[in-house]
Every structure is written in structure tokens, then in C-alpha cells.
Design a protein around this ligand. Structure first.
Ligand code: FO1
Length: 324
């Protein structure tokens, strides 16, 4: 299937990557701009690590570890074991095969390539036809402000296991950043049929993209519906340690909270069947709602949700609701 127009998808790591996989199975490479969060990126052991770009890359290439959610399937951990023996910093797990991507990226960046160029190079080498576009080529770093002081995201999330109580999130470098060239080009297109916000964490994965100056305004100006797929399923808070962070920041405890978070930006929200009872409440707040199976276990689930979401988004006549 190809859409009658271009689709822009905003995407974080695990959940977002699954829907991105579905979108790439339905849309031609020219029909999709896959914009990925780089707020989780950091420098570690002298390497530039870009977790969400890598999760999307490995997922689209069919190489991702489906259980863990990040890294490569069939990974080995000799490097980490040896690093630990030497007394090195071993709180962030870099698999032996995964390490190659971080080393190669770091080398290419040092040689003067932009993050967009590096990403295009490595994704092509892995046989991907669809472009994976970093949100910006400038460093934007998610910082969690905790009662113990500010922590870079991976230090808070992985090293500290989200233990320090969080007071806020900021995106260092966002104000000086600009959208990457391919993102800018996508935002300037006249033929955008829909913007899809993938089921990624709104605070941690989508807000950094929206924090780049001009992005939220450009999305609002597009003459195309904006549809988010709820990362919350069954009324539960987001899973994992991120749930604690979100609770401390005021919570995101249901699909109506997701809609409220994206108020003014989205025209429609895709919610799981287990949240169907919320659909009318959403519609009363002026958000179109599609109830669709949203748990993505198999590749077929990913493709079906992508198909449902595209049909829903492109069927929304326009953004009268947002304009009202
Ligand atoms: N997440 C962890 O919880 N522990 C890790 O040791 C870890 C290593 C890691 C290495 C490469 C990579 O691309 C991702 C990695 N992640 C790890 C995931 C990363 O923290 C993600 O940013 C978060 O899961 C949020 O999306």
C-alpha cells in the first residue's frame, strides 16, 4: 500500500519502533519520514550512543532483541565482562555486536559527518530502504531534574534505576538546535497526508522532538491531521521505571491524560480496545478516537495497527476541531 501523500512519523524507542516497523511495511520509502528522538543520546566510554535511533534501526532491520526491547538479538557480552574485570564503568550494557555501531558512529562523527549522514550510512549498510531521520544533528540531551540534582537521562534511567525523586525534565541544547535537514524538508512539504505520533513516551520521547524551536509550530501549520497512538493500554500507567518518573511529574494515568498532554497538537488518538470506554469522553473533548487492538506482539500486529492508524488519520477531514 502507498498513501496518497507523505506521512511524517515521530518516534521514540521500543513502542514507537514497533509501529514504525508496521509503517515501513505499508509505505514506500518516499512516502514516509521517520523522525526519531535523540534526547536519550549520550557520550559514554568515549562513544556517542543513540539508543532510540539504534532501537528503530535494529527493529526495522529485524535484528532487535524482542524480549529486552533494546540491543541486538543473539548478543554476547564479552566486552562488558572484561570491562567489569578491569574495573571500568559497567552500568550501561553494550553488547559485543552492538558495540560496532557505537564505534563506527563515533568515528564517522569525529571525521566530520553529521548524525543524519552517519545514520543514513549505517542504515543503508544494514539494508534498510526507509530513511531513519534523527530529529536534529545538534546534541539535545534530556536531563532529569531530581532532588539530588540534575542527571543526564541514561544516568537517571539506567545507572540510578530512576531512584532519585524527579522534579522535572528539560532538554539541554534544544533551544540552540534546529531540525535535521530531512526533518526540515518533511515539515516543508505540501503533500503531507498525516502526522503520526508513535506510541512512545510523550514526556521522554516525543516532547524532546517538540522542544526543537519551530517544530511544534510547523506541525500545527501543516494542512494534515495529526494522530497519536496511545502508549497507555488498559488504563495503566506506562510500564517500567518510567512510570515512577511520570507519577512524580504529575502522572499520565489514562488515555485522556495522553490526549490532554498533546492538547492543541493532535486531532485524533488511537486507543486500545481495553480503553474503549474512554472513547466517548475523548470525543467530548474534541479529539477523534479510534478504538483498535494496540498491543503489538507479532509483526502482523504492528502492520495491522499501522494500517488502522493510517486509515484513521487520512480519513479525518481536517483540523476543524483544533482550529475551533
Ligand atoms: N537500557 C537499560 O535499561 N539498561 C542498559 O544497560 C541499556 C543499554 C543500552 C545499550 C544500547 C542501547 O541502544 C540501549 C540501551 N538501553 C539500556 C536502553 C536505553 O536506556 C533506552 O534509552 C531506554 O530504554 C529508553 O528508551
Amino acid at each position: 500500500m502507498t498513501s496518497a501523500g507523505h506521512v511524517i512519523a515521530l518516534c521514540g524507542g521500543v513502542g514507537g519502533a514497533k509501529l514504525a516497523f508496521g509503517l515501513t511495511r505499508l509505505l514506500d520509502p518516499e512516502g514516509l519520514s521517520l523522525i526519531v528522538n535523540t534526547g536519550d543520546d549520550f557520550e559514554h566510554l568515549g562513544l556517542t550512543i543513540c539508543p532510540d535511533l539504534d532501537t528503530v534501526t535494529y527493529t526495522l532491520a529485524g535484528l532487535a532483541d524482542r524480549e529486552r526491547g533494546w540491543g541486538l538479538a543473539g548478543e554476547t557480552w564479552n566486552f562488558m565482562a572484561q570491562l567489569r574485570k578491569l574495573g571500568g564503568e559497567h552500568w550501561f550494557n553494550l553488547g559485543d555486536k552492538d558495540l560496532a555501531l557505537h564505534v563506527e558512529r563515533t568515528q564517522r562523527l569525529a571525521a566530520g559527518q553529521s548524525l543524519s549522514q552517519v545514520t543514513a550510512g549505517v542504515t543503508a549498510a544494514l539494508g534498510l530502504r526507509h530513511a531513519i531521520v534523527p530529529m536534529s544533528d545538534q546534541p539535545v540531551r534530556t536531563i532529569v531534574d531530581t532532588i539530588d540534582g540534575p542527571l543526564p537521562f541514561q544516568h537517571y534511567f539506567v545507572r540510578e534505576q530512576c531512584r532519585p525523586v524527579a522534579r522535572g525534565i528539560s532538554f539541554a541544547g534544544a533551544e540552540q538546535s534546529v531540525p535535521s535537514p530531512a526533518f526540515t524538508a518533511a515539515l516543508g512539504r505540501q503533500d503531507v497526508a498525516a502526522v503520526i505520533i508513535c506510541p512512545s513516551n510523550p514526556y521522554l520521547s516525543i516532547d524532546p522532538i517538540l522542544a526543537i524551536p519551530g517544530v511544534a509550530d510547523a506541525l500545527a501549520r501543516l494542512d494534515a491531521p495529526v494522530v497519536a497512538v496511545s502508549p497507555i493500554i488498559g488504563g495503566r500507567a506506562l510500564k517500567g521505571p518510567a512510570a515512577k518518573l511520570l507519577a512524580e511529574l504529575g502522572g499520565l494515568s489514562g488515555v485522556t491524560a495522553v490526549a490532554a498532554h498533546y492538547a492543541g497538537l493532535v486531532d485524533g488518538l488511537v486507543i486500545d480496545e481495553s480503553d474503549a470506554c474512554e472513547a466517548d469522553r475523548l470525543r467530548e473533548t474534541g479529539i477523534a478516537a479510534l478504538v483498535a487492538p494496540s498491543v503489538m506482539t507479532s509483526d502482523d500486529d504492528r502492520i495491522r495497527l499501522a494500517r488502522d492508524t493510517l486509515a484513521f488519520a487520512t480519513g479525518l477531514t481536517r483540523r476543524e476541531l483544533r482550529r475551533a
